[in-house]
Design a protein around this ligand. Structure first.
Ligand code: C6P
Length: 405
């Protein structure tokens, strides 16, 4: 599909933003949705209706088949051999909380270390702080390098047999840089350390193969990769998931319940208590169909967009761009000297351009960088070089106007 055909699939692109043509540069927060995904969700309510895994009637069976079919598509998309290792959650945040709480409570004690990095999103910091309070384990941080990645040698200095888990982001939602996770996982495993990868920003942009990466857990959200809100995935190695206690309990996850006690069903359902997010899980499968349909070329196209944007941004006087590793996804964060990032975001909003300003839920990283906020643009399959050129023109205009005031 060429870019014009792709853009036609996104009805929201016909909308105006503050009366101007919409230029959507905030995919890292949440992506736009193609019509096939929007319609899949409404089709579920119009045509299937029935409750997943609970109904013998035809509509219920249709819903169950579509739900489990989507699990298979997701497994295939991230290179997982067995759909049983794919757990539906409501997002990356819940996936990480699941591991921290269920695995952490069972496996951590006061002699243990949880290793994370200074570039983590709060979703991959706070759950570990909470479980460290409950178990006595210590949370330690690895600092990122100047170019915005985690250095393998530096990481090795932190590894020892007390480090029970390394929880780190595959790609940073601020720097846009890709961490050398394959090498990192290999090193961690040499010390018996499990690795959880936060794939929230990588899954939309990089071909993922969890089996090749050999990560123990992989967490991501559907809404950043063309899917609906309210659905996410936790991949876990089967033997690890099988040995974990459930995270939440209730209907759908039991094998047997008596007045005295309960036993659990097998994975992945053991981790999916309650009536599942059926419409959302099914529509995420349609998002994957869309990404498969446009093929891996879109990854290269976005690299070109990012390089084009970086080249032009680097020419702006007083700009600081955070993170300059060669391996990166289409996320660029920056500040301009003597201007608050919020002013830039607000000025550009009135030009139809949506970008995010703030701490991006990475307050420890902001502290390490000595800033409180930055502006961020992020691109996806629907963005064009022309949009980037308009953005650069309007950014230059905003800088002139703000500094003059
Ligand atoms: N980052 C951003 O604008 P949820 O909210 O569960 O879908 O995703 C949480 C999350 C976890 N890890 C990373 C690396 C992320 O970037 C995010 C979400 C958004 O950067 C919202 S703050």
């Amino acid at each position: 599909m060429d870019i014009h055909s792709i853009r036609k699939e996104f009805p929201i692109l016909k909308q105006k933003n503050r009366g101007k043509d919409l230029i959507y540069f905030d995919t890292a927060a949440t992506s736009l949705k193609p019509i096939s995904v929007i319609e899949a969700e409404s089709k579920f309510y119009k045509e299937y209706g029935g409750s997943v895994h609970r109904s013998v009637y035809e509509l219920g069976e249709k819903a169950t088949n579509a739900f489990e079919g989507s699990r298979k598509k997701i497994a295939h998309f991230i290179g997982a051999n067995d759909p049983a290792s794919i757990v539906f959650t409501k997002g990356a945040t819940e996936s990480i909380n699941l591991v921290a709480d269920a695995w952490g409570f069972q496996n951590l004690n006061k002699n243990d270390t949880i290793l994370i990095t200074n570039m983590e999103h709060h979703s991959n910091i706070v759950p570990w702080q909470i479980i460290s309070e409950k178990t006595g384990a210590t949370v330690k941080y690895i600092e990122s390098t100047e170019n915005g990645t985690i250095n393998v040698e530096e990481l090795e200095n932190h590894l020892n047999t007390n480090v029970k888990i390394l929880a780190m982001t595959h790609t940073s939602n601020v720097f846009g840089t890709v961490n050398p996770v394959k090498e990192i996982i290999e090193k961690a495993h040499q010390h018996g350390t499990l690795v959880l990868l936060d794939g929230c920003q990588s899954t939309p942009h990089i071909k993922i193969n969890v089996e090749e990466l050999d990560c123990d857990f992989f967490a991501f959200s559907g809404h950043k990769m063309l899917g609906p809100t309210g659905i996410g995935i936790l991949y876990g190695k089967k033997d690890i998931l099988e040995n974990m206690a459930p995270y939440q309990t209730g209907g759908g996850m039991i094998e047997d319940v008596t007045m005295e006690k309960s036993t659990w069903t097998s994975i992945p359902h053991k981790f999916e208590a309650g009536s599942p997010f059926s419409a959302q899980a099914i529509s995420l499968g349609y998002a994957i169909d869309f990404l498969n349909q446009i093929g891996d070329d879109h990854i290269e196209t976005q690299k070109k967009l990012t390089l084009h944007a970086l080249e032009q941004l680097n020419d702006i006087n007083g700009i600081t761009i955070y993170g300059n590793a060669s391996e990166r996804i289409p996320i660029i964060s920056f500040n301009v000297k003597n201007i608050h990032s919020l002013d830039i975001a607000q000025f550009l909003d009135f030009e139809g351009i949506t970008l995010r300003s703030g701490h991006h839920c990475c307050k420890p990283l902001m502290n390490s960088l000595g800033i409180s906020s930055c502006a961020r643009v992020s691109f996806y399959v629907y963005n064009t070089i022309e949009e980037i050129d308009i953005f650069i023109e309007k950014l230059n205009k905003s800088i002139k106007t703000i500094l003059k005031d």
